[in-house]
Design a protein around this ligand. Structure first.
Ligand SMILES: C[S@@+](CC[C@H](N)C(=O)[O-])C[C@H]1O[C@@H](n2cnc3c(N)ncnc32)[C@H](O)[C@@H]1O
Length: 290
C-alpha cells in the first residue's frame, strides 16, 4: 500500500479558507457545524461545549444563514440536515462519554489515534493529560485548513498531525513515520504498539471501501496491545443513509457498520457497549481487544 510518504507535522504554512474541502473532507465541516450549534446553547441546556467548533465550521455556518427557504425542497433539506445535526451531536455525547469511561478504566492508556479526525478538537477541549499523545490522521488539505484556524490554540496533550490518505498508506506506515519523523514529539512521546491504544473512528468507517475494511482493521489490530479500545459509528444500511443525504453523498457510502463489526469480531475484539441509533439507522459501538 505505502506508495508515498505521509506528511507528519504540527504546523502548517498554507492558508486555506475551507474552499479546498469538497466531497468527503467537506463532511468534516458539517460535523463541526453540528457541534457549534449544540455549543451555542445556554450552559444549562447544552450537553457538551466545543468552543472551537464555530470558527472551524464558519464556511458552512455562513452558507446556512444565506440559504433560502423558498421551496418545499429547501424545507425538506433543512429537516434532513437538522436530523443529521442531532445525530452528530448525540454521537459526540456518546464518543466523549465512551472515551472518558475507557480512560478511567484503562489509566495505563497514554495514546489515542483519531482516524479521520476532521475538525475533532478533543486534544484541546477534553482536558486530556499532558502525558497523553493523540495522533490525528486525515487528508493534508483538511489538516491545513484546521491548523490555520487553530493556530493560536494550545492542546492540553501532545498532539501529532498525520497528513495522509488512509486507503493509500496503512496505519503501521503512518504511525511509524510519525515516530521516525519525530516532529513535534517530545522524547518519550512515540506510538508504542506494545501499549494499549484507544482508536476513534467517528463518522469514518462508512467511507472505507467494503473490501478495504478487513485489511484496515487487521492493521489496527496488529498495532493494538490487549485491552486496546475502538469506538466507531456507522450506518447499518445504505437505504437509510440514502434517505437522509443528498444524492452526491450517497455514492460516498462504501461499507456498512456490520462489515466493521464482523471484521473486528473475527480478530477477537468484543463489543463492549452499543447504542442503536434508530432515528437514522446507524449505531455507536465501543469494542475491546481481548
Ligand atoms: C464525517 S467527517 C468526521 C470528522 C471527525 N471525525 C468528526 O467526527 O468531526 C469524516 C472525516 O474522515 C476523513 N477521511 C475519510 N476517508 C479518509 C481517508 N481515506 N484518509 C484520510 N481521511 C479520511 C475526511 O476527510 C473527514 O475529515
Amino acid at each position: 500500500m505505502a506508495s508515498h510518504s505521509p506528511i507528519i507535522d504540527t504546523q502548517s504554512s498554507s492558508n486555506d479558507d475551507g474552499g479546498s474541502l469538497t466531497g468527503i473532507p467537506l463532511t468534516s465541516l458539517f460535523t463541526a457545524a453540528a457541534r457549534a450549534l449544540e455549543s451555542s446553547l445556554p450552559e444549562d441546556k447544552r450537553r457538551f461545549n466545543d468552543p472551537y467548533a464555530s470558527k472551524l465550521a464558519q464556511p458552512i455556518m455562513k452558507k446556512m444563514t444565506e440559504a433560502s427557504m423558498n421551496t418545499e425542497e429547501d424545507k425538506d433539506n433543512l429537516a434532513k440536515a437538522m436530523l443529521m445535526y442531532k445525530y452528530v451531536q448525540d454521537r459526540t455525547v456518546y464518543f466523549d462519554g465512551a472515551i472518558q469511561e475507557y480512560l478511567v478504566q484503562h489509566p495505563e492508556c497514554k495514546q489515542i489515534v483519531v482516524l479521520g479526525s476532521g475538525m475533532d478538537t478533543r486534544a484541546y477541549r477534553m482536558g486530556l493529560s499532558a502525558d497523553m499523545i493523540l495522533f490525528e490522521i486525515d487528508y493534508a488539505h483538511v489538516h491545513n485548513y484546521k491548523t490555520v484556524i487553530l493556530k493560536d490554540d494550545e492542546p492540553s496533550c501532545q498532539r501529532i498531525v498525520v497528513k495522509a490518505d488512509m486507503t493509500k498508506d496503512d496505519l503501521r506506515v503512518l504511525l511509524t513515520a510519525a515516530n521516525n519523523d519525530n516532529l513535534g514529539t517530545r522524547p518519550g512521546f512515540m506510538f508504542d504498539s506494545t501499549q494499549a491504544t484507544l482508536w476513534l473512528a467517528e463518522g469514518l468507517m462508512n467511507y472505507i471501501p467494503e473490501a478495504a475494511v478487513g485489511p484496515f482493521v487487521s492493521c489496527m489490530n496488529g498495532l493494538s496491545a490487549k485491552e486496546s479500545g475502538f469506538i466507531f459509528d456507522g450506518w447499518k444500511s445504505r437505504d437509510r443513509f440514502s434517505a437522509l443525504v443528498s444524492a452526491n453523498y450517497v455514492s460516498y457510502m462504501a461499507s456498512v457498520a456490520g462489515d466493521t463489526l464482523d471484521a473486528m469480531n473475527n480478530l477477537g475484539w468484543q463489543k463492549y457497549h452499543t447504542i442503536d441509533y434508530a432515528a437514522t439507522g446507524a449505531e455507536f459501538n465501543t469494542m475491546l481487544k481481548q
